[in-house]
Write a protein that binds this ligand. Structure first.
Ligand SMILES: [Zn+2]
Length: 285
């Protein structure tokens, strides 16, 4: 899910067309699901990794046309279906794609209605004849979030941990800001091994280092704004949201509230603020 008030204003690559496979590299193709929206940008990105043996990353929503397009592109060479996390724009297509292909379903855990064949933990690999895809457990946006690293092409499939065109919503209790930032720092340390980031939403990110720095700076800025808001007498999550996100569409308010609350919980653990409930008063320690 996205934090849509923060838009990239750099020139965009060629427009995304739903349902059509687009080659991103020798080993990777992308098909974008037709579910655009505030939370999904242009739609959910489904990636096909490999030629002879294929891993599908995030089949997206349960949309027959989208699943037919994936199956039509990969056919019986689709051996694995891997999920970055169990939010509804990423996994409900799993069952239908498994029906079409018989592929093995892999994710961190079975949750939210996702049935899996095998669990992947941090460092576990999917070993195909032409490539290895390594799972990295990256909690923060969701506690069961995985990124996948394609070492042959130095491409990171970042799910909703990093996306293009917006920042990421962190909603407690499953979302955790301190953990999210830890995992961003961990990905930052991988930078020499990264050439690009293939996000769950939006275009391929060709400057991974700059994007990760931008994310870290954005979160630090939000944290500072929250502290300033508390210093000047703004005490509740909703009031802080109104101050920090003045023109936010009403349906996005819960996402912004979640992210502000996640920052407050992190600051509370650091001893910088006092407070408990999202509605209750918060103050500087
Ligand atoms: Zn998503």
């Amino acid at each position: 899910m996205t934090d849509p008030e923060l838009e990239d204003d750099r020139p965009q690559p060629k427009p995304i067309v739903h349902g059509v496979a687009s080659a991103l590299s020798p080993l990777v193709r992308r098909i974008v699901a037709d579910n655009p929206g505030h939370m999904t940008g242009p739609g959910t990105n489904t990636y096909l990794v490999g030629i002879d043996e294929i891993v599908v990353i995030d089949p997206g929503p349960d949309d027959a046309d989208h699943l037919d397009a994936i199956a039509g592109c990969g056919g019986d060479r689709i051996r694995w279906i891997a999920c970055t996390h169990t939010h509804i724009d990423h996994f409900p297509g799993v069952a239908g794609l498994k029906e079409r292909t018989g592929a093995e379903v892999l994710a961190f855990d079975a949750r939210d209605g996702l049935a899996i064949d095998r669990s992947l933990g941090d460092g576990d690999c999917i070993e195909a004849t032409e490539f290895v895809l390594r799972a990295l457990h990256t909690p923060g946006h969701a506690s069961n979030h995985l990124c996948f690293l394609l070492e042959q092409e130095r491409m990171l499939f970042s799910g909703d941990h990093i996306m293009e065109g917006s920042t990421v919503v962190i909603r407690p209790p499953d979302g955790d800001m301190a953990t999210y930032l830890e995992q961003l720092h961990r990905l930052k340390a991988l930078r020499p091994r990264l050439r690009s980031i293939a996000p769950g939403h939006g275009h391929l990110i060709e400057q991974p280092a700059a994007k990760i720095d931008e994310y870290l700076e954005h979160r630090a800025m939000r944290e500072q704004q929250i502290l300033v808001a508390l210093d000047t007498g703004t005490t509740g999550v909703r009031a802080i949201v109104d101050r920090l996100y003045p023109d936010l569409a009403e349906e996005l308010v819960p996402m912004a509230e979640g992210t502000v609350w996640a920052h407050l919980i992190k600051l509370e653990h650091e001893g910088k603020v006092h407070g408990h409930e999202p509605d209750g008063p918060w103050a500087r320690a």
